[in-house]
Design a protein around this ligand. Structure first.
Ligand code: MN
Length: 716
């Protein structure tokens, strides 16, 4: 069993005495809070954080990382709070432990292979500092080493999670030993039959193999010495999982795969050119197999792996794979990003550091899924994917969104209908408003209601182009549909005035005249143009009829206006037009009884103004249409009234008692007294049924002695 003294031994040549002391303090803290807890193996719980911290010390990581190894389970599994960690060990450690607590909640729920990459990205996104991920990986290695004590179902689950999630992450960080160990341990549980068979066959042939290995190593070393190249030669079996994968993927049998032996030639020199010299020595010694040479020095792998690879026909006609690399390249290959850390500690040389960081950035950039690593490697505190956020679906799948995305973006990512009918969302089972911004690790459920539809406001919250275009599309379609209806109604009305039928005209060839004139392609386009107010119905008719007929147009329009409205519409009749979008202009507050006029507003139906409204002059007269009131049921309409009177006590009470005796509601009142002439100006907003009622109010007010004048005002 590992002891704290072992860990201090591991760290003493690269950490200061103060740092060593803090590590010891973390050990004592961990021992205290985990006291009494035992692992499934029956060992005290402390063995686990101890092993994790030990692994991090072997990787020569900094003090904060090793301390976090000791503390990584304290907040999750004991009564310890983040605050206590902060007070005891500082901000840096607290940040790491908090991150570790968060990512410990990511469990690989999905059975779908294609989801694995999303989980890996979520994990990277939530490891806002790469050290969090390093501790998490060490944690997983130790849990895998002791997986035997878990029940079988759990073993399979953890092994699968390890092979899908953690081994690829270790690979991405370039930490080969971890990747290899995690894969082989997981393989043991996932396919124990294949594993045992492989292990048996490897053991069987190991004696023969060891002899051969010794022979090849001896030849290489001797030959390199002749050329003054100092090397270490390392020959060993490929790891089980990689043999297995190769057999599966390339449909090879064991002997075919196992025959290919791999040797590593590690040069003492740190010169790249020594690698090429060593390569030429090997190629002079044995015949290379064509097409098997790979130069990962000139073209490093995505995870920054650098080496020369070649396959030769070795002694006894055996195929032998040889990898050639410098010591630094080797360290990177084995420990990846963790080796970078060590470089930082050991070699303060600016250039070297900058070069390493550049490489690391390149490596991360070269992986297309890592989209925005811009600032991220500055001093190794990296926020990966700063512009993305990863959330869970209720099934445990992971979806990614741009930062700032809301439940609306999520809803539209499921289906357009889900988006259109979205009324809210639950995040981690709590209801949130639509403007809520999704956070990494959130579990999202959408609440929708059939019949509900998008509003323009939604464009303030939706950030994904998919959601935004769907919302815009819906609004546009909605406006277009309404405009088609309106255009049709307007044209039918105009035709009727000339005793024509728009319906039969639309079917006749004559309509082509209109299409040509206005460069339209279809009936629908014509209706939309009229409905949007781009084209006046009067123009359309004029184009079709001989001039004499349309000459008296204005007169006949006058006549028409006087005719009683023929159809029912909510408050407004357009002599023949039903159910159009009607809004009452706020500038003049028309009320039933007023002479009114309609204005076709672009895509928003008809706005009703009073005939006296000063704004009408500003409007395009072709977009004005005749409208009349058609009141079936009584509604109240807002109207403004200004009463000027002599300022006297009890005035307001008097005015309002008149209003209430007439059963009129005041929705707003503003009274301004003018002391210099002893007058008061009272502005009211009233709800009235029609002009008659309003006039009755005015008459009643005027009877009061103190009232000087009463008038209707617009837009009060
Ligand atoms: Mn743990």
């Amino acid at each position: 069993m590992l002891r704290i003294t072992d860990i201090l031994d591991k760290t003493q040549d690269y950490l200061s005495p103060e740092e060593q002391e803090r590590i010891e303090k973390a050990y004592i803290f961990s021992a205290t809070v985990h006291q009494g807890q035992v692992r499934l193996s029956g060992e005290p719980y402390l063995t686990h954080p101890m092993e994790v911290a030990g692994m991090l010390a072997d990787m020569k990581l900094d003090a904060a990382t090793i301390i976090s190894g000791f503390l990584h389970d304290t907040v999750e599994d004991t009564l310890t709070t983040i605050e206590q960690v902060r007070v005891g060990f500082g901000k840096d450690v607290a940040f790491l432990v908090e991150g570790l607590t968060k990512i410990s909640k990511i469990t690989f729920g999905s059975q779908e292979e294609r989801q694995a990459e999303n989980f890996r990205k979520m994990m990277l996104a939530m490891s806002s500092d790469i050290r969090i991920l390093l501790v998490r990986l060490a944690d997983r290695v130790h849990n895998m080493r002791t997986l035997d004590f878990q029940p079988p179902g759990r073993q399979l689950y953890i092994a699968k999670e390890t092979i899908e999630l953690y081994a690829p992450l270790a690979n991405r960080l370039g930490i080969n030993w971890m990747k290899v160990e995690l894969e082989d341990l997981a393989f043991q549980y996932l396919n124990s039959e294949a594993y045992l068979e492989l292990a048996r066959r490897v053991a069987q042939s190991s004696e023969k193999r060891d002899q051969y290995t010794e022979e090849v190593r001896g030849i290489i070393r001797a030959e390199m010495e002749k050329f003054d190249l100092n090397v270490e030669v390392d020959g060993r079996a490929k790891h089980f999982f990689s043999i297995y994968k190769k057999m599966e993927e390339q449909h090879l049998n064991f002997d075919e795969v196992y025959d290919l032996m791999a040797f590593r030639v590690i040069l003492d020199s740190d010169q790249e050119k020594s690698c090429y010299e060593a390569l030429s020595v090997v190629h002079a010694l044995w015949k290379p197999v064509p097409g098997r040479f790979k130069d990962y020095i000139a073209m490093p792998k995505a995870n920054n792996y650098r080496s020369l690879h070649t396959t030769v026909i070795g002694p006894h006609g055996q195929r032998v794979e040889i990898q050639i690399r410098t010591r630094a390249m080797h360290e990177w290959a084995e420990e990846g990003i963790a080796a970078h850390w060590r470089y930082k500690e050991k070699r303060p040389s600016q250039n070297d550091d900058a070069e390493q960081i550049k490489r690391l950035r390149e490596l991360l950039e070269s992986q297309q899924e890592l989209k925005n690593p811009r600032e991220f490697m500055s001093n190794l505190k990296m926020a990966l994917f700063p512009d993305e956020v990863y959330v869970f679906t209720p099934n445990g799948d992971v979806k990614s969104f741009p930062k700032g995305a809301t439940p609306l973006d999520y809803a539209y990512s499921i289906h357009t209908d889900v988006g259109n009918q979205c009324i809210g969302a639950k995040i981690n089972r709590n209801i949130v408003p639509l403007k809520y911004q999704l956070q990494n690790g959130d579990m999202v459920e959408i609440i929708s209601q059939s019949g509900h539809h998008p509003s323009k406001d939604w464009l303030k919250y939706a950030v994904t182009s998919r959601a935004r275009s769907k919302i815009k599309n819906w609004i546009k379609t909605e406006e277009r549909t309404k405009s088609i209806d309106l255009g049709k109604d307007l044209l039918e009305k105009e035709f009727k005035r000339h005793h024509l039928k728009f319906g039969s005209f639309a079917k006749s060839d004559e309509i082509k005249k209109i299409f040509e004139e206005y460069k339209l392609n279809s009936l629908e386009e014509l209706l939309v143009s009229v409905g949007y107010g781009k084209l006046s119905p009067r123009h359309v008719v004029r184009l079709l009829l001989p001039e004499e007929v349309t000459k008296g147009d204005d007169a006949s329009a006058e006549k028409q206006k006087r005719k009683p409205p023929s159809t029912a519409a909510p408050g407004i009749s357009l002599t023949g037009i039903e159910d159009v979008m009607v809004r009452y202009a706020k500038c003049c507050d028309p009320i039933p009884g007023d002479e009114i006029i309609g204005f076709i507003s672009r895509g928003r139906g008809i706005t009703i103004h009073t005939a006296q409204c000063p704004h009408i002059q500003e409007f395009d007269s072709d977009r004005l249409i005749d409208v009349q009131w058609n009141i079936k049921e009584k509604h109240s309409y807002p109207v403004g009234m200004r009463v000027v009177c002599r300022d006297k006590k009890g005035l307001v009470a008097e005015l309002s008692s008149i209003l209430s005796s007439l059963d009129i509601n005041i929705s707003h009142a503003e009274i301004d007294t003018r002391p210099h002439d002893m007058q008061a100006i009272c502005d009211f907003k009233l709800d009235v049924i029609d002009l008659n009622q309003f006039n009755a109010v005015v008459a009643a007010m005027k009877k009061l002695k103190s009232v000087i004048s009463v008038e209707r005002i617009a837009g009060a």
